[in-house]
Design a protein around this ligand. Structure first.
Ligand code: AMP
Ligand code: TRP
Length: 332
């Protein structure tokens, strides 16, 4: 059976970008067709300046939202990365296979490191090695497919490269994984800055729709989205990034395609109105279920406990095999 692994970082509240680019597909498709693991990757949240209490709260919230989005613990494994030691154990071995030049070429590293430096802060070493830990997350489970948004393609490529290199040097050990992306909305853009990704790290942003935003807030953010000069509704991500982003969001909500929808609308106003309503309706059941789950924290904790136990069992043989292959003496 196909093995699927993916994860979400608890560095901020989950956004519409996370949902359309990744989480919705995990719930609607991936968990039903494969042996799938979905992980709140909390160790990755420590790569930039962080507040311990906030990471803890956001980890719990992210796990609750994954369940509210429809991940079913009877069908898949939901857990928190730091509960399974195998990720960190394998990460070190993969650091011995990766090169520093390869790490410094990662686009996200370059962008985030530059941002930290302009703020006058220092760059944590873990920000540089982060993609190796991500490769460990993936390779520790013999993963075939990694369903992610566009921004993660380069990181999954690295996981592939490391798997191939390890196998060549030390004998066949790892499955070589591949990224899968959604047909539309693989890169949802910020509504106020449609040439940048809708990221979740900024705390409040008028251009970011959060999964837990009230319907009125969602409507306001979408109605105020920056659109492009021009009047007609055309799908052209380069020339008309604002309108194209709305068309993608609407298409993702309704299951159509953005080019086709462009022909249906005569004004930006009606496109925004329909997009706002579509997003409100899409998120309504997730928000309702989230409210119910918040009233039952013991259930969520139980899911995470069982998930970690299952994940540990799945990861251990892969990681033990890598320890043997690379030349470490097995314990007596
Ligand atoms: P992160 O928030 O970086 O942990 O991302 C979790 C998942 O959501 C990854 O698969 C990302 O590729 C995906 N994702 C995050 N932001 C967006 C976005 N704006 N559009 C599409 N996918 C996204
Ligand atoms: N780096 C991913 C992101 O920022 C999150 C992540 C960590 C991940 N480990 C993973 C995604 C393993 C897929 C598989 O979105």
């Amino acid at each position: 059976m196909t093995r699927i692994f993916s994860g979400v970082k608890p560095t901020g509240h989950l956004t519409l970008g996370n949902y359309l680019g990744a989480v919705r597909r995990w719930a609607d498709v991936d968990q039903n067709r494969a042996d799938a693991l979905f992980c709140v990757v909390d160790l990755h949240a420590l790569t930039v300046e962080h507040d311990p209490g906030r990471v803890r709260r956001l980890s719990r919230q992210a796990a609750t939202l994954l369940l509210a989005s429809g991940l079913d613990p009877k069908l898949c494994t939901v857990f928190v990365q730091s509960h399974v030691d195998e990720h960190a154990r394998l990460s070190y071995l993969l650091e011995c296979v990766a090169s520093d030049g390869e790490m410094r070429r990662m686009i996200q590293y370059k962008e985030k490191a530059a941002r930290e430096r302009t703020r006058g802060g220092s760059v944590r070493l873990s920000l540089l090695t982060y993609p190796v830990l991500m490769a460990a997350d993936i390779l520790a489970y013999g993963t075939d497919e990694v369903p992610v948004g566009d921004d993660q393609t380069q990181h999954v490529e690295l996981a592939r490269d490391l798997a191939v290199r390890f196998n060549q040097r030390y004998g066949h050990t790892f499955v070589v994984p591949r990224a899968t992306r959604p047909v539309v909305a693989a890169r949802v853009m910020n509504l106020q800055e449609p040439t940048s990704k809708m990221g979740k790290s900024e705390d409040v942003g008028p251009g970011i729709v959060y999964l837990l935003d009230e319907p009125e807030v969602i409507r306001k953010k979408i109605m105020r989205a920056v659109t492009d000069s021009g009047q007609d509704v055309v799908y052209d991500r380069e020339g008309r990034p604002g309108v194209s982003n709305l068309l993608e969001i609407l298409a993702a909500c309704e299951g159509g395609n953005p080019e086709g929808l462009a022909g249906v609308y005569e004004s930006y106003g009606s496109l925004k109105k329909d997009t706002a309503e579509a997003v409100v309706e899409l998120l309504r059941p997730v928000q309702e279920r989230h409210r119910e789950l918040c009233a039952d924290p013991a259930y969520v904790e139980g899911v995470l406990r069982d998930g970690a136990e299952k994940a540990r069992e799945m990861a251990r043989p892969w990681v033990d095999a890598a320890y043997r292959a690379i030349g470490l003496l097995p314990p007596a």
